[in-house]
Each structure stands twice: as C-alpha cells, then as structure tokens.
Design a protein around this ligand. Structure first.
Ligand SMILES: [Zn+2]
Length: 417
C-alpha cells in the first residue's frame, strides 16, 4: 500500500506510516518527515511548530479496488512571524475540507461522464461531496484560466427554468478555441455588462480584452446590441443564423395557432391536429408519417402552409456568395412576406428590416461558423436537464463551466481517472 501511495503521490516533508484495514476502508497514517518544518497555511513559509492536535484529521483519498482509502494526520499549528499561531498547510488538502485534492479531482472528472448522483453511487460517497468536488475544481479553473486572445464571441440567452427565468451565456467561438466564458443571471444590459466587467479584469485602456474582440455573434435582443455597441467598439456584430431562424420558426408557429383557431371557429375539419412539430422541423428531419402528413397539408389552402413555404424559402438567403445578391433576395422576400397579410410574418419582417445592417454583416464574417452557438445551446440545455434539481443559478453555473468551460486543472503526480 505504501509503495503504491508513494508511486502516485509526492508529498514533500511527509511520510506514510501505519496502514490499517477496518470496516470503513483502508486507513493510512501520515507523519511529518523528521527535521522537516511545517508550513504556514497563509503564506506558505516554513515556521516553527507551536503545537500538534491530538486527534488525527481524516482526509478521503481515491478509493483502491473499490475500497475507500483515507488518510489520518495530526495537524500542527505553527508560529508564523507574519500570521501568528496558525494551522499548517498540507499538500493533499486545504483548510477544513476532508477531501484530498486527488479525490476531488477524481470525482469531478467522473462527473463529466456520469451524472453527479451516479458518481456518488459508484464511488461510495455523497452527492454533496461530488458537488463540492466539482465546485472546487471549477473555482480553481476560473482562477487560473487565461482570457487573452479572444477574438470572436457568441452571446446566447437560455431559459433556465419554466416561467421566464433566463441566463445570459457568452462563448468564445474562435477556430481552435471554443469554450464557455461566462454565465450571468437574466438577459438585461446589466447581465452582459457584468460579464465584460469580469472579462476585462486586469486589463485597462486600449489593452482591454473587450476591445480586442473582432466578431460578436448574437440575437437581435436590444439589451445585448446596446452593450456590444458600447463595450466592444472594435467588433462587428453579426446576427446569428440560428437565432434568426428561431424567430422565423416562432412566426410560423403563431400563424399555425391562428389557423387552428380559425378552423375551429368555422367548424371545419381540424386538419392541423398534431401538426405543430411538422412545421417546426427541417423537412429533411421529418419521419415518414410526418412527411405524408406534410404533403397532405400542402394541398390545403392554409395560411400556415404559405408561412411554412416562406420560411423554407428564406433559407436561400444564407447560401448567397455575395452580400449584394443576398441583400436583393432579402428585400424581395420581405416584400412578399408583407403582402402575405399574416401578422406574425409581418412582425418578423419589421424586425429584419430594423436590423438589416447586422444581418448583412453575416456575409462579411464568412468563416465564422454560426453553428457553434447553436451547438453550445444544445449542450447547455442538456447539462441543465442533467443538473435538474439545482435550485440556484450558482449551481447551474458550476455545472455549465465544468462541462463547457475547458478550464485548467491542478497538476498531479498521477492521473487517477
Ligand atoms: Zn504566514
């Protein structure tokens, strides 16, 4: 046991002592190496020992062959010229936490592959301990991450709970470096301003990180556009294809609802029953049954059918090679949509016309893949669903950073997972 522990750890100034096996697992004593000095937990300087606790403290280590392993160590207090009488620092843990750094890292890394409760179950620990392990590693990562060199960001809002609870998420979407950069409560100007406050920390004047951003991909949400215009003054703001499509899909769905109500009012055959997802899906994703239903519906003279066809037609906009021809297509499309006399479609056109410039920026940013934000959006929703039961935004934030933040981790002698 000692040989293995010496192989996987490197605790300078300490040696492993007696190893006992009890009902709770394997207990390993740790002692200070002879003539080694304890270290102040505040400043890390070696100091004379003041006294030693008589009851050993218990630290959980990584289980071996499914047997729990824990360390027993009698903590010392030191007399630090600067910090007075203070408890020592030990290399396998910190403060009052009973989990070793190795165990926290071990649990946290499994928590990327399994749900947190599965991790607790597999490794004979509690959900709370898995949570604290993840929290610790996320905090370490946020403290040590490097935010320099971010050139493209994507901003997205995600509904985190039913009843309009939103969070603002910011991603780095550069080629070769895509990661979650920030999670802020709500989707107000303040949310985004809070993000940039953190993001710019440690930089000032012309060296501000927000001024080095060249591309911002976002929705037409006014609060975001305002802040981006103010803070990222060197960036080109692009409307994300994914968000534009989202608005258009919503318009088609609103037309569908109007049609359903109209058919019902006129006492006609309810042909639109169970059609919602048919109109929301991309045609290539329809099942055989849905495709049959769709071709049947296309035969009816319904407003939703016309709206749907317009939505499909709009896809061509993104295929243009030049902004000029895309712009001509867009304007012609908008005229047709306005003539359609469908309120939701007209509402969409008004939005597009208002932000035409930002929409056209998409063609200047060729190469900046807009699928990235959409991909993150899906993964965020998945993580939020897996983290179901989290009461606070704070815990969701930890889960999201853990899954998508690409955060640095403490270096180890041995990789336990
Ligand atoms: Zn000190």
């Amino acid at each position: 046991m000692k040989t293995i522990l010496n192989f996987v750890t490197n605790y300078k100034g300490f040696v492993f002592g007696k190893v006992r096996q009890g009902s709770q697992g394997i207990a390993v004593e740790i002692h200070p190496r002879k003539n080694s000095k304890a270290v102040c937990s505040e400043c890390g300087k070696p100091c004379p020992t003041y006294d030693t606790f008589q009851t050993p403290r218990r630290f959980e280590f990584v289980p071996l062959w499914n047997i729990p392993v824990f360390f027993l160590y009698k903590m010392r207090r030191v007399t630090c010229p600067e910090h007075g009488v203070i408890v020592e620092r030990v290399p396998w843990g910190d403060g009052k936490c009973t989990q070793t750094i190795e165990q926290r890292q071990f649990l946290a890394n499994w928590a990327r592959r399994l749900s947190w409760s599965e991790v607790a179950e597999c490794f004979h620990t509690t959900f709370g301990k898995v949570f604290r392990a993840v929290k610790w590693i996320v905090e370490y990562g946020l403290e040590h991450r490097n935010l320099d060199g971010v050139e493209s960001i994507g901003i997205d809002e995600v509904q985190i709970r039913k009843g309009h609870k939103y969070a603002t998420l910011v991603y780095q979407i550069d080629d070769g470096n895509k990661r979650l950069l920030g999670v802020e409560a709500d989707r107000t100007e303040e949310s985004l301003e809070n993000f940039f406050k953190d993001f710019d920390e440690g930089t000032k004047g012309e060296d501000k990180r927000s001024l080095k951003i060249k591309w911002v991909c976002s929705d037409m949400w006014k609060a975001y556009l305002n802040v981006v215009g103010k803070v990222c003054s060197n960036a080109l703001n692009i409307l994300d294809r994914f968000h534009v499509k989202g608005h258009l899909t919503e318009a088609v769905n609103d037309v569908r609802k109007m049609d359903v109500a109209k058919l019902k009012k006129e006492g006609r055959e309810p042909v639109l029953t169970k059609s919602k997802y048919i109109f929301l899906k991309n045609p290539e994703n329809l099942t055989d049954d849905q495709a049959d239903k769709m071709s049947e519906l296309l035969g009816y003279n319904l407003r939703v059918v016309r709206a749907y066809l317009m939505k499909e037609d709009f896809e061509r906009f993104w295929e243009y090679k030049t902004a000029y021809w895309a712009g001509r297509f867009l304007d012609a499309w908008c005229v047709r949509a306005m003539r359609s006399k469908m309120e939701p479609m007209k509402k969409f056109v008004k939005m597009v016309r208002k932000h035409r410039e930002l929409l056209m920026n998409w063609f200047r940013s060729k190469g900046l893949s807009s699928g990235v934000v959409e991909g993150f959006n899906n993964r965020v929703k998945l993580t939020a669903r897996k983290a179901y039961g989290f009461r606070s935004l704070e815990s969701l934030k930890i889960a999201l950073f853990h899954a998508l933040g690409k955060l640095p981790e403490p270096k180890n002698t041995h990789r336990f997972w």
